[in-house]
Design a protein around this ligand. Structure first.
Ligand code: WAQ
Ligand code: MG
Length: 261
């Protein structure tokens, strides 16, 4: 049945592509064939109307999926209201420690992040030592092949009494996929968009914990760090993040959709 065939759609856009290649925007979603035009258009708009600047390079890739899609539920959200960045980061550190990450690992990971700057993906870090486990000096691993039906998201937001915001949809989808892997202890994230200062700590044990100030307005330094157990198989972990199709569904209990190919 054609309507059961799914496609992965990915976008990345940057500025000064030939020189320092400043990351402007990225996006990934799952789409049915009859929604492909809309999906490509959604990601094009995301790239072209970006507060990080005007892109001079954009790539959009569409791939038919042949693997079964795993359905998982979204992490449960909570919001912590803080008044300053210092309070926000101190709280984030506390939440990460509660999830099992060491203070040393957090400090070392953040020091590496600030040295690199301008990442396009996430850093994978040993939750005990803080050693970076994905390719050193790379711009990070991009989590792809994930989606969340808009209606299901909207319905879930009403139940949870949180705003129906597309940025939150994308962030919770990503955090839920990442947390679902048994090697992930916790994630720390804030946006690289200069105007958006709310970030989160996510983990299977504590859910999606939003923190209202994790950076100052105008700051373009974003953050995405996955803290993993020391015994992680980094190759398999990478494959899960980039290749395993995952659909977030509020009522799901972890079943697999077998789609015809
Ligand atoms: N895979 C891995 N890393 C990514 C991905 C991805 N698919 N998308 C973004 N990143 C990394 C990349 O290094 C970016 O610089 C950084 O994360 C921030 O990305 O509940 O908007 O898309 O209010 O700017 C969180 C709070 C918002 C939402 C996060 O991140 C809420 C956000 P952005
Ligand atoms: Mg961004």
């Amino acid at each position: 049945m054609e309507q059961d065939v799914w496609y992965s759609v990915r976008m990345r856009a940057s500025q000064n592509h030939e020189m320092n290649d400043k990351h402007i925007s990225g996006g990934e979603l799952l789409s049915r064939y009859d929604q492909l035009e809309k999906s490509v258009s959604f990601l094009t708009t995301k790239a072209l109307q970006h507060t990080r600047g005007q892109a001079d390079f954009m790539q959009i890739q569409v791939e038919k999926l042949t693997e079964p899609i795993v359905k998982i539920p979204p992490l449960s959200p909570t919001t912590h209201h803080v008044k300053t960045v210092a309070d926000g980061r101190a709280l984030a550190k506390q939440l990460l420690i509660t999830a099992g990450v060491t203070a040393t690992a957090i400090d070392r990971a953040l020091a590496q992040l600030f040295t690199i700057g301008n990442m396009r993906g996430a850093m994978v870090v040993d939750s005990v030592t803080g050693q970076r486990l994905d390719e050193e000096d790379s711009k990070g691993i991009r989590v792809t092949r994930l989606g969340w039906d808009l209606q299901d998201f909207q319905h879930w937001c009403q139940q949870q009494q949180i705003p129906e915001n597309i940025r939150t949809k994308e962030a919770i989808a990503l955090a839920s996929k990442v947390a679902h892997h048994p090697a992930t202890l916790a994630e720390l994230c804030w946006s690289d968009d200069p105007e958006y200062i709310t970030g989160y700590v996510a983990s299977t044990t504590q859910g999606y914990e939003r923190i209202t100030h994790l950076k100052n307005i105008g700051d373009e330094q974003g953050c995405r760090i996955f803290f993993v157990t020391s015994d992680v198989n980094i190759h398999a972990y990478n494959t899960y993040l980039t290749k395993q199709p995952v659909m977030i569904q509020s009522s799901s209990k972890g079943e697999i959709i077998r789609h015809d190919i």
